[in-house]
Design a protein around this ligand. Structure first.
Ligand SMILES: [Fe+2]
Ligand SMILES: [Fe+2]
Length: 362
């Protein structure tokens, strides 16, 4: 499938979408799906990492609210509508009821069915209790148009860290909320959930496309920032028997893609703020596992709160999703599996000479 979204900026795309709805024609980027194989091909939307942050009373951090409101509004404008919407975790900043309620209210405005992934910012205050009341189970699977989707809670850690180390739940949450806090603890899916996953996948045909949603990457990128899942290899081993497994994750607030054996990995954007690539940080270089970068987000303007944030849609054509990144105030990007190189590729990979050089961070 070719993509034409990149040649139309998002603003005019949305205008086209609005006009198309009025004129009962379809926006150009989605027409192609209808002509390909309507029984198999479909689109869903993905919104992640809203980090809704309570200040006091009825006040919340406005920038983070605006990011989520914008993603919900733009998702509702898609024509035809996505089959469903995933929310990729970190709905809240510090896991409070006020934050989760406020975020849930904004997500309730979505017209499509919503599925949710647990993030560490949602979890470590009450260990997911209130989140589960709002959104249901923390790991589950479902089938849609021939694709098997699995949602994992990948942000668990050791019982010792979770239950014995911190005097209060609030402190536990704060320790895990810091990006580069050495008091944090590596994320893991855990033995119990891996056993559930093995049982769930045992019922799925090996040729069935499998898409796994997690919050942290099910690969080891950079431990210092917890861009990491400690039992990644064990989870990958459960996915490898399938023909085209794909893992889609949030948490990293930037575009990443990777291929490990036959498993394809894609990250999604945050609506709140972007993280720079670890490569732009000197301490990351020695242990960086990240194999390939798209556009290094060096925060040329760290005071520009919408730099490199956004949301995305995914076209599922057969086994490998194609991600269309709708970046707030940046050029839209498309990353999809390229069979010629056997891995995902950015359709408009940025010329290194045109990149903004790494900045000094303090
Ligand atoms: Fe996040
Ligand atoms: Fe996270």
């Amino acid at each position: 499938m070719t993509d034409r979204m990149s040649s139309v900026d998002r603003r005019s795309f949305l205008k086209t979408a609005g006009a198309a709805a009025a004129a009962t024609t379809l926006p150009i980027s989605l027409v192609e799906l209808a002509f390909a194989d309507p029984a198999q091909n479909f689109t869903f939307a993905y919104i992640s990492d809203a980090h809704i942050q309570h200040i006091a009373g009825t006040r919340f951090v406005r920038n983070w609210d605006r990011g989520l409101i914008r993603a919900v509004a733009e998702t509702n404008l898609l024509t035809p509508a996505p089959d469903f919407v995933m929310f990729g975790g970190d709905l809240a900043q510090l896991g409070t009821k006020a934050e989760l309620d406020h975020g849930a209210e904004m997500l309730s405005k979505l017209n499509a069915k919503l599925y949710c992934v647990m993030g560490e910012h949602d979890y470590y205050l009450d260990l997911g209790e209130y989140w589960s009341k709002l959104f249901g189970p923390q790991h589950y699977s479902f089938d849609h148009k021939g694709v098997h989707f699995v949602v994992l809670n990948s942000i668990l850690t050791t019982d010792d860290w979770t239950y014995k180390r911190w005097p209060t739940a609030e402190q536990r949450m704060l320790e895990m909320a810091g990006l580069d806090n050495p008091n944090g603890s590596p994320f893991m899916v855990g033995e119990k959930q891996r056993a559930w996953l093995a049982g769930d996948l045992a019922k799925v045909g090996k040729d069935t496309p499998v898409v796994v949603f997690s919050h942290s990457p099910i690969q080891k990128i950079y431990k210092g920032w917890n861009f990491w899942t400690d039992d990644a290899e064990q989870v990958q081993a459960l996915l490898k028997p399938f023909k085209t497994p794909t893992v889609v994750y949030g948490h990293v607030h930037q575009i990443q893609y990777n291929q490990i054996d036959n498993i394809t990995f894609h990250s999604v954007m945050a609506t709140a703020w972007p993280w720079p690539y670890p490569e732009s940080y000197a301490q990351a270089k020695a242990e960086l596992n990240f194999p390939k970068m798209t556009v290094p987000m060096n925060r040329a303007d760290p005071f520009f709160e919408r730099d490199a944030t956004g949301w995305q849609t995914m076209d599922v054509a057969g086994g490998r999703p194609t991600l269309k990144y709708n970046l707030y105030n940046n050029t839209n990007r498309v990353v999809g599996f390229d069979p010629r190189i056997g891995m995902p590729a950015d359709s408009a990979y940025q010329d290194p000479a045109k990149r903004i050089p790494p900045q000094t961070h303090y």
